[in-house]
Design a protein around this ligand. Structure first.
Ligand code: NAG
Ligand code: NAG
Length: 324
């Protein structure tokens, strides 16, 4: 109920300190920090009403009050994503970002402050629920109305333990978010060197620190994979495939260059309607056939064995996705 009201009334102010330059070069990743302000509201809700006006005696009433908060990093990000960020930066909805810091201005409950700080650290959901017992005395021929303070802000709905008999206006709170875009995979480039020392620094590494040279263990060039990242949704890769064939295709770079046997290529898939993007990638090398990198939830996806039918280690590209 209260959340709906907040959304309806939401008055969004944004300050854009960083101006986005969407560069046409695909390899460029936007490292700017975005600044977005949103509003949190306080309101009072009637907690109880004890009518003792017909009574000449004093009534003592004890009651248990539950105060609780729902805090959701997911909801918080959604509120930011569907409103101010998209509008202020001209970014497509679908930009993937993380909140790097949260600041607050105005008279704000220290609990709300720490909830926001905690949310930006844990980046997930949390619920807080506590009860306390209060005793009230209502004098003869009188009536007592007790109101409770409620906070509704992006990602946080909080029924506080602050009570009052005289609800007074509370100013809105300004909440400031600093955001950074999270890059996702666009493409994988293949680079050859004639020795191991010459390898580029930004290669895709073997996740357990083993040899990341694709041709490792075979003859031929040293072969390295370079991930090309983007923050533009339309450039996002949605899947990775290894194609092994006897016929050469000059549109692709051979992962087995100089080695005997089949041609091995990486094919990147794109899907315009994808709702998730590749945010983590690695190589997985193992000597065991049944050592599956996706076992035990270590990695969400893998290619077929890059070294299939050439003996030696099993080698996979592995990746994780994030929803946009
Ligand atoms: C928190 O969420 C629960 C359902 O998960 C709901 O019943 C409750 O009213 C929510 N509390 C607040 C303060 O919004
Ligand atoms: C990949 O995803 C799995 C399952 O969600 C997770 O356990 C693992 O930590 C992730 N790995 C990386 C490098 O993000």
């Amino acid at each position: 109920m209260t959340k709906q009201q907040t959304q309806n009334k939401a008055f969004i102010v944004f300050v854009l300190l960083a101006i986005l330059h969407l560069q046409s070069t695909l390899s460029s990743v936007d490292h700017s920090t975005y600044h977005v302000n949103k509003i949190g509201h306080y309101s009072w809700e009637l907690l109880f009403d004890i009518d003792n006006r017909e009574n000449s005696g004093t009534v003592t009433q004890q009651f248990e009050m539950t105060y609780y908060a729902n805090c959701s990093y997911y909801n918080l990000k959604n509120e930011i994503k569907t409103t101010s960020l998209a509008i202020s930066t001209g970014l497509k909805i679908g930009a993937l970002f993380k909140i790097v810091s949260i600041g607050m201005k105005g008279q704000i409950d220290s609990r709300v402050r720490s909830m926001y700080e905690h949310l930006s650290e844990i980046r997930s959901e949390m619920k807080i629920e506590r009860t306390k017992t209060e005793t009230y005395e209502i004098g003869p021929y009188s009536r007592l109305k007790i109101y409770r303070l409620v906070f509704n802000g992006p990602g946080i709905d909080y029924l506080t333990s602050t009570v009052s008999t005289t609800p007074h206006h509370m100013k809105d709170v300004q909440i400031h978010y600093a955001l950074k875009l999270v890059p996702f995979l666009h493409y994988i480039d293949v680079v050859y060197t004639s020795d191991s020392v010459g390898r580029p620094s930004n290669i895709i590494r073997e996740v357990n620190g083993k040899n990341p040279d694709i041709n490792g263990g075979y003859r031929g060039s040293y072969v390295w994979l370079i991930p090309i990242w983007t923050t533009r949704l339309e450039d996002a890769a949605s899947g990775i495939q290894i194609v092994i064939q006897d016929k050469e295709n000059e549109n692709y770079k051979d992962l087995a260059q100089g080695a005997r046997g089949a041609y091995r290529y990486i094919k990147i898939h794109t899907n315009y309607y994808a709702t998730d993007v590749i945010t983590e990638i690695g190589l997985y090398r193992t000597s065991q056939e049944n050592d599956d990198p996706c076992n035990g939830g270590r990695w969400q996806f893998k290619t077929e064995d890059i070294n299939s039918k050439r003996g030696g280690d099993y080698l996979y590209l592995v990746w994780n996705k994030s929803s946009i």
